[in-house]
Design a protein around this ligand. Sequence first.
Ligand code: HEC
Ligand code: HEC
Length: 461
Amino acid sequence: MRQASWGIWFALGYLVAAPSPAGEPARSPGEVFDAAAAERGRIALTLQGFLKPEWSESAYRRAGRLWDQPAPDPGRDPDGYAAAFRHRYGLHPAPYPNDGLPMGLRRGIGRDGVKSGLQIDCMACHGGSIGGKSYVGLGNTQLDLRPLLNELTIADGRRPPPSTFVLNTSRGTNNAGMVAAVLLSLRNPDLSFRAFPMPLGVNLPELDTPAWWLLKRKRTMYYDGRTDARSVRTNMQFMLGEKTLEEFKKLEPTFRDLRAYLLSLEPPKYPFPIDSAKAARGQVVFEETCARCHGTYGPGGRYPNKIIALDVIGTDPARAKGLSDRHVAYYNSTWLGAVHPVSLERKGYQAPPLDGVWATAPYLHNGSIPTLHALLASSTRPRRFTRPPSTGFEHYDTTHVGWRFTEVSAEELASTARRSPFQAKFIVDTGRFGMSNGGHTFGDDLSEDERMDLIEYLKTL
Ligand code: HEC
Ligand code: HEC
């Protein structure tokens, strides 16, 4: 069997024609929102792909033969097969024309610009759903990335590449940072290809994917807040598998438009009733306890863009520590880091804006906490917990806000893993590398009434 090349997972995909944002146009600090660029970005993402096909089209239909459960016949029951495929890999229906493929998977650009074969795109991680509705820009908290890549490759009669790092141990998290770091290590400083990786000492953990609609409020981005949020080139890292420096330069204007499009995205509104008297009391609690880090909301809302030191925030340190100084210096010496170099200071984690936070459970940068209530009462956080089988509202908890879960013992996890590795992926184990659920204890001193008021307020953001 030929071994897969792997450089090429990430193409840009179709993006949904999002409803135009209500009220104020989106604006990044110090920037004027450019609606024409955003529209070009939407169209570029909707109509173009950027990467070569990685898999044949028939890999999609053949993957079902590898599952431990019998799959519907893709020829006789294409809709049933499509639903089973989405469930298997944690993908969602595409809210835009996508050749019948789920969001996150799309046709690649073959020779002569003709679309053929399959490729994965940004929305594999950045396209999610909630309550049966798909959203471009909602982090995909169902994704099971490793089997998706491996099984498409095996379905094509090729051997998946050996794992040199953990891509994901459970549903929803993914190790995008390590993918980018490994791809960069296979380039020289002038971005020409290297035969052997540059040893850069990166050791990043799997992560929850942040919502794109938060970008417009940020001055710095990524969980550690070390990259200027205006950086366009940083979004191009996933093309390091195949593009030459000349090709990168040619695509930069398109990625500038793409970023403008990301700035136009808005969070979905909480769809259930909200007790406004309770929420008003919660706002007072929020402004006293939380706003100094997370900012204020509504008209005139301010986002302070604070990066909180590890010893203050106390959440899992692996992401903050895992980006080595050598890697950062190397990135900064290339075209990618020339305009917006990554900060050399390693501090901790950025306190994110909380717009649309009701829709983005599980919480923290590693998705280690299933509900807002557990986040705000640290002694109740489960050590091992189940992820929902889908993002349907029947699995949503409107009281604690987030996903309903069951706490799982070590023995139950081990026996599930023996019985079905597929089912075991629905269990998060916070004992794993990078997955600790400790820290962020700022809600612990609240009374239970204050906490519930606060949660009611968070639904309004
Ligand atoms: C394999 C999953 C995956 C894919 C594919 C992916 N991303 Fe991401 N993205 C992530 C994760 C995880 C983070 C958080 C990384 C961190 O902070 O360390 C992230 C962060 C970001 C951010 C910063 C958001 C913020 O507010 O800090 C932007 C912007 C972004 N991605 C854009 C893109 C674009 C554009 C593409 C396609 C070219 C893409 N991503 C493809 C997983 C992915
Ligand atoms: C000292 C600064 C600070 C204070 C005070 C603070 N937070 Fe945070 N908060 C952070 C940081 C930093 C993170 C990111 C930590 C991480 O992901 O590891 C965070 C993460 C969160 C998240 C998770 C967001 C997500 O999408 O995963 C929520 C929700 C949150 N905070 C709510 C609150 C509430 C409510 C309060 C008030 C009780 C509060 N925070 C007080 C700094 C703070």
